[in-house]
Design a protein around this ligand. Structure first.
Ligand SMILES: Cc1ncc(COP(=O)(O)O)c(C=O)c1O
Length: 343
């Protein structure tokens, strides 16, 4: 894919030279014995950054979300989340498979669920014949809502609800770093509202693998056991943890550049009469837009033929994601390609 401008996802990045050096030089040990100093350093640093008692290095965003949900629930419980949420749409049905729980989707606007809609979805505790509402989950930024940011006031209102009904509150913060950089709200402020958080190192931050979950010490102790049961006990994982640590220390503030690149591209798409885009949704690094005069697959192929890789957002839309391996000059070229293909 080296001859292409690859905007399919922010997961396509390759570790930089500095990151690779950190990986090469990482001190390692057996993490199943808790003896990997680099993993321990990463978990300590991440817990501090997120303002939580403890953190755990996990293999992926899906594993992170699902570990959290597993520890917070029992079979027959229900998780309330937004209709377009990743945990509902893109995690292979794993709430059912791994935890015996179901999802209760609530339609939002730009990924934002209204507290009154969430309240309506909460099951009465007396209804033994219904699933038990146990968790409210929020996705910030919201992938399918074009990287939209969930406002802190909405988070605070949902937190209040979770307290009122004695529910847990989970953050799928795969891209919480993007929300933080775009708003100036610190990640620990976002995280402070939630019982559990899951954040990716391998998206905009550019690490080759890994996510972090964080919460109370007791929660992490339970998640540590479940991670092992799910085959996620890693041994000399310091080699990859070093990349995560490098990512957290070097690649957060630069996300502002990715947001700027997304804005440049989105503005051009908005001016093209053959394309439709909701500019209000483009708040971070994800752009979702519709081709009006061709099918999505045809449009995707035509862009590919010109050297630009895009993914499919929803069934009727294309998705472009900016990241640290695309330059401003790549964005200029992407603009030329889009204007040529959608002439
Ligand atoms: C919001 C969100 N959560 C979780 C994930 C899962 O991450 P992973 O692909 O590392 O399992 C993704 C991946 O795109 C995501 O966008």
């Amino acid at each position: 894919m080296s001859n292409y401008i690859d905007l399919r996802s922010d997961t396509v990045t390759k570790p930089s030279e500095g990151m690779r050096r950190a990986m090469y030089e990482a001190e390692v040990g057996d993490d199943v014995f808790k003896e990997d100093p680099t993993v321990n350093k990463l978990e300590g640093y991440a817990a501090e950054l997120l303002g939580k008692e403890a953190a755990l290095f996990v293999t992926s965003g899906v594993q992170g979300n699902q570990l959290c949900l597993n520890v917070l629930t029992n079979p027959g419980d229900e998780v309330i989340c937004e209709t377009d949420a990743h945990i509902f749409n893109y995690e292979s049905g794993s709430p059912a498979v791994l935890s015996g729980i179901q999802i209760h989707p609530v339609k939002g606007n730009y990924g934002v669920m209204l507290p009154e809609d969430v309240e309506e979805a909460i099951r009465p505790v007396t209804a033994y014949y219904m699933a038990h509402s146990k968790v409210i989950a929020v996705e910030n930024t919201h992938n399918r809502a074009s990287g939209a940011i969930i406002p802190l006031e909405n988070i605070a209102a949902l937190k209040k609800l979770s307290q009122k009904y004695n529910l847990y509150f989970h953050l799928d913060g795969a891209r919480i770093w993007n929300a933080s950089v775009a708003t100036g709200i610190k990640v620990n402020e976002y995280a402070s509202h939630f019982d559990t958080v899951s954040c990716c190192l391998s998206k905009g931050l550019g690490a080759p693998v890994g996510s972090i979950i964080a919460g109370s010490k007791d929660f992490i102790k339970s998640a540590y056991r479940v991670r092992k049961a799910w085959g996620g006990g890693m041994r000399q994982a310091g080699v990859i943890a070093a990349a995560g640590l490098y990512a957290l220390k070097n690649n957060i503030s630069r996300l502002a550049e990715d947001h700027e690149k997304a804005k440049q591209l989105a503005n051009v798409i908005a001016e093209n009469p053959n394309l439709e885009i909701d500019l209000k949704a483009v708040q971070t690094n994800i752009i979702i837009f519709k081709p009006l005069n061709s099918s999505v697959s045809e449009a995707q192929q035509k862009c590919r033929d010109e050297g630009l890789l895009l993914s499919v957002g929803k069934t009727d839309s294309l998705r472009a994601v900016t990241h640290l391996d695309v330059t401003f000059s790549d964005i200029e070229k992407s603009i030329e390609i889009i204007n040529k293909v959608f002439l």
